[in-house]
Design a protein around this ligand. Structure first.
Ligand code: DC
Length: 230
């Protein structure tokens, strides 16, 4: 079967990564979670004190970019690749609410985006890739054969995220998670560089009322139709 590029964009906590992982496993494609890359840069900025609740030293972060090494390493036990920041596995640390609260600000910095987009394009040059994020269909792979744009209401998404965090033992409230989801939506859609917009040729999927199997079936059908025609 012909290999294609699949770009999945959408708001936070719409289940993009769940769908992307299912597709990649099924099709034997590479899966890349670009949010993890922005999260890793945000974690580094936090760890080094470049960003905190009061301030963000953008310039120092920009100066340190050449020394930031981001890699994905496949974990066969988990069935997906984990994020490494400067050779350290940060897969767990990048998913905390603290990182979530800073990551959109870090992702607004054009120099950060340029570095990460360059690395993402390189990862996709041989196709057979499923990449999820905010600008994949518009900036990273504007020629992707399949572009999906995922949506769901803010409260549905906050509930999913809240359940995930509670399961991991994080002490958060639903209102805190909802506020974070809404704040990130606002920043992601209003930033100057590569705001979250649906590509003209993307297919919108609102999964507020779809379970993960139903959603997977819808998208797999699209993949099959596309690979038949090219
Ligand atoms: O998908 P996520 O919630 O893990 O993404 C974390 C943040 O990174 C999110 O607030 C937006 C940003 N992001 C981005 O700007 N561009 C991408 N391609 C992926 C994520």
């Amino acid at each position: 079967m012909k290999k294609i590029t699949i770009a999945i964009d959408g708001f936070s906590s719409t289940g993009k990564s769940t769908l992307a992982k299912q597709l990649a496993n099924h099709l034997e494609y590479v899966y890349v979670d670009t949010g993890a890359m922005y999260r890793a840069v945000a974690l580094l900025a936090m760890q080094n004190g470049y960003i905190n609740a009061e301030s963000f030293d953008t310039q120092t972060l920009i100066n340190s970019l050449p020394n930031i090494k981001l890699q994905f390493k496949f974990n066969p036990d988990l069935g997906f690749a984990e994020m490494y920041l400067n050779d350290v596995n940060v897969e767990t640390e990048i998913r905390t609410i603290e990182v979530s609260s800073f990551v959109s600000k870090v992702a607004e910095v054009s120099e950060v985006r340029t570095k990460l987009v360059e690395q993402q394009k390189e990862m996709g040059k041989d196709k057979a890739i499923v990449m999820d994020g905010r600008d994949i269909g518009t900036v990273v792979f504007p020629d992707a054969e399949l572009k999906i744009f995922m949506t769901a209401s803010a409260s549905t998404r906050a509930q999913r995220r809240y359940d995930e965090l509670v399961k991991k033992g994080d002490a958060v409230t639903f209102d805190e998670v909802l506020a974070n989801v809404e704040e990130r939506d606002y920043i992601d859609t209003h930033r100057k560089d590569s705001p979250l917009v649906m590509a003209e040729d993307a297919i919108e999927i609102d999964n507020s009322h779809l379970n993960r199997e139903e959603q997977f079936d819808v998208v797999l059908q699209l993949v099959n139709e596309i690979t038949k025609t090219i």
